[in-house]
Design a protein around this ligand. Structure first.
Ligand SMILES: *[C@@H]1O[C@H](CO)[C@@H](O)[C@H](O)[C@H]1NC(C)=O
Ligand SMILES: *[C@@H]1O[C@H](CO)[C@@H](O)[C@H](O)[C@H]1NC(C)=O
Length: 494
């Protein structure tokens, strides 16, 4: 606010109080000053509060020159190719000159190459990841690689840190390269001490797949920045730029499901079958409980006195199915055998096909753990958005994953409802038994709390069906933001 303090409004009035003309002229001047001050303020303040500098509009960005022209997208790790190849896709869309090359361990799993080729995500060259250092060290006619995007920095830095740092120091001042670290988990700390030397050289920036991971890293770097250890304090941690790039590709042939007369009947939990990452046990117990109390609302009937349930064939409404999509093995209760459908090791083509028929995604994050809200980004959230499946999300999840924070694509589950209380209410169109219940036996029903009642009523009114148009508009906004971030990186802007 330097412009304002050097021209105190009081001092100015003392000199120009004489005629109306001066006053008008003065007012105009003051207005200009004020506008100038506000602009200055806007241009400088947001970086401290948001990950990316929102004030730099796309139009403005187009006016700056592209500084990085020879980009390597590289990884030693066999996974997360869907993440870094989406960055390669964005790079190729926004680069006005230069080239991108991909360095990988080999063919992508689950037939992802077919997706890249048939949707035209990337048409550059692929190289063995073992040739990266050689290409960075060697001087080519274009002046060498000047930007290196690492697909999983937690793994890739541990492999390449020393060699790349050596290569960086060996270059002259005019030919230094930048590292863009795609990071996945704030709590994976083994590689993090390596950030220090890159930060000291102002040669690193982070690119997580969701805003919340970036915010947690930013907080962490601010804490580190005030260290009493001079070698850490001097590395300038608080100036490491952090943005987010959301790994969502454009799947052209997603169906436009009818918006009316559908019964909520297919929910999906997507991700590796790992009970330490997802709340399968609680989820199964909840569904089992509800199935025993009100089997007909799920489209089932108890079979004799045993623990089994069978489809109720007397109605022509589809029964509810819970789809588990991923890899590995899970034990499921006998009672749920008819409800649960496993889909393991699908290739991407079949995965997209299956996902696009789902009514909702259940994130199923562990209730007693905030990992996926603060430290790690679940790729499942991006995949559900990518395939147009609405996410059954509590408010905290929407706040963490900014790209799905939109009523057009999210089902807003009040946290007071469990996933299956919410789905049952949506399936039957009736939340009255939920509101009349008193799950903690406190003598106070849920519905007697005015804001809980309001939230549940809003939830029921908003419904669960979301249109393809809604998803398309949210995805377009995400792609634009991805483009803005990558443009900024190519221009060396924080
Ligand atoms: C399912 O629920 C019923 C009724 O509450 C209970 O008796 C049964 O033990 C539950 N099954 C499992 C596997 O938890
Ligand atoms: C994907 O897997 C299915 C089933 O295994 C197979 O029929 C299909 O050809 C595969 N798709 C591609 C594109 O390879």
């Amino acid at each position: 606010m330097a412009g304002y303090s050097s021209t105190s409004p009081g001092a100015w009035r003392a000199n120009t109080g004489k005629t109306l003309r001066y006053r008008i002229l003065g007012a105009i001047l003051a207005l200009f000053l004020l506008i100038f001050t506000i602009r200055q303020f806007q241009a400088h303040s947001p970086r401290h509060y948001t990950l990316s500098n929102q004030q730099l509009s796309e139009d403005l960005l187009q006016k700056f020159p592209q500084k990085r022209k020879n980009v390597a997208v590289a990884s030693t790790f066999g996974y997360h190719f869907d993440v870094y190849m989406t960055v390669a896709w964005t790079l190729q869309r926004v680069m006005k000159e230069g080239k991108v090359q991909v360095y990988t361990p080999g063919p992508f799993y689950f037939d992802f190459q077919r997706i890249i080729d048939s949707y035209n995500l990337y048409d550059g060259t692929y190289k063995d990841y073992n040739t990266l250092v050689q290409d960075v060290t060697g001087v080519s006619d274009e002046g060498g690689i000047d930007l290196i995007v690492l697909g999983t920095c937690e793994v890739d830095m541990r492999h390449w840190h020393e060699k790349l740092l050596e290569a960086w120091d060996a270059r002259d001042a005019a030919h230094k390269f930048q590292i863009v670290c795609i990071v996945h988990n704030v709590r994976d700390e083994a590689w993090q001490p390596m950030i220090q030397e890159w930060s000291r050289r102002d040669a690193i920036r982070l690119l997580p797949i969701s805003q919340h991971v970036g915010k947690t890293f930013m907080k962490k770097f601010e804490d580190i920045a005030r260290s009493t250890d001079l070698s850490i304090k001097s590395a300038g941690y608080e100036y490491i730029p952090i943005d987010a790039h959301i790994p969502i590709i454009d799947i052209p042939d997603l169906p436009d499901l009818p918006a009316t007369n559908r019964l909520f009947s297919n929910a999906v939990i997507q991700g590796s079958f790992d009970s330490s990452r997802r709340d399968y046990d609680r989820i199964f117990a909840d569904l089992n409980r509800s199935l025993h109390i009100e089997p007909e609302s799920w489209g089932y009937l108890p079979l004799g006195d045993g623990p089994s349930f069978v489809q109720d064939t007397s109605i022509d409404r589809p029964p509810f199915k819970l789809h588990l999509v991923g890899s590995g093995w899970l034990n499921i209760p006998t009672e749920l055998k008819e409800l649960i459908v496993f889909h393991t090791n699908l290739n991407y083509t079949d995965f997209y096909q299956l996902m696009s028929g789902m009514d909702a995604c259940i994130p199923a994050f562990l209730a007693a753990d905030d990992n996926n809200f603060k430290y790690q980004a679940s790729s499942s959230i991006a995949m559900c958005m990518e395939t147009n499946v609405p996410i059954l999300a509590v408010r905290e999840l929407r706040e963490a994953y900014g790209h799905i924070d939109d009523d057009k694509i999210t089902i807003n589950r009040p946290a007071v409802m469990s996933e299956f209380q919410a789905i049952r209410a949506l399936r039957t169109g009736d939340a009255s038994s939920f509101l009349a219940s008193d799950p903690s036996s406190s003598g106070i029903t849920l519905g007697s709390h005015p804001r809980i009642r309001q939230a549940v009523e809003d939830f029921m009114r908003d419904g669960w069906v979301h249109t393809k148009d809604g998803f398309d508009s949210c995805k377009r906004r995400t792609w634009k933001e991805n483009e803005r971030v990558i443009t900024k990186i190519l221009q060396d802007r924080a």
